[in-house]
Design a protein around this ligand. Sequence first.
Ligand code: PLP
Length: 298
Amino acid sequence: MTTPSPAAPAPVLVLVPGATGAPTDGGAPFHLADATVPQLSITDLVATRGDGVFETIGAFDGVPVNVGPHLARLARSAAQIELPAPDQTVLAEAVDAAITAHPPVAELSVRVMLTRGIEGTGIPTCWIHARVSDDWTPYRAGMRVAVLDRGLSTTVTETSPWLLPGAKTLSYAVNMAAVREAKRRGAADVLFRASDGYVLEGPTSTVLVRRGDEFLTTPVSAGVLPGTSVKSLFTWLEQEGMTVRDELMTVADVTGSDGAWLLSSTRLAAPITHLDQVELPVDPELTARFEAVLKGKA
Ligand code: PLP
């Protein structure tokens, strides 16, 4: 992963007790706090058990993209771990407040965090952290991707929902370990493959595959996160007269395609140049159009 330059402005922290029924500071549902000092209790269940959910929203030239869909997905993830849905109106206002409090930058990464809270209290902890996005330029030009087994079948949603398929939880250590394994293999990122052979998603991204005028992604029913980026692109592609579809695909389907990308809200559309050792076609013009759509500027 890349890091912002040392000259980047300091991150902004907004504590949002009013989204979860926690005691508020003088009645305000959220307030700015100092991001440079410790704020989280060591007994918060996210620290001791990784028990929480989150969202990462991209903001481009100060304008956040897909806030409603991200907050709806946060509520979906919360429901999967049996946390009460946070107040989406309060959260949306707090996202705006975090962006306003940050010095203007081209690309901001806004994390919305919701945890099970301090052990024994039963009150979730919620905060928003906005920081300059990593420099994703090299990834947007194209990247090598390694196929790694996820060890779960595409039937996991039906057979083992307690494994939380498709939830954006704060237990991402496995996802990060997979990226490190990809780097050991000379790749920049990962495409997970299910035990029944179908491709799933990346550790932090959704796969998009082109076959002529058709664009395909993995069905959410296979246990992947419902991506906000792929949804935006599907809407735009349909307007452009293309066909979009959810379909289970094998690795051979991807390597035999007319192009593939890993999509996410802050890195945007990263074309896959090689899947393991197989080279894929890359279309910089189409990728640039995807980027504009995902920045909310199409
Ligand atoms: N899949 C996983 C596992 C993710 O963590 C992410 C985003 O971080 C995505 C897919 C892409 O989601 P979105 O396009 O909403 O950013």
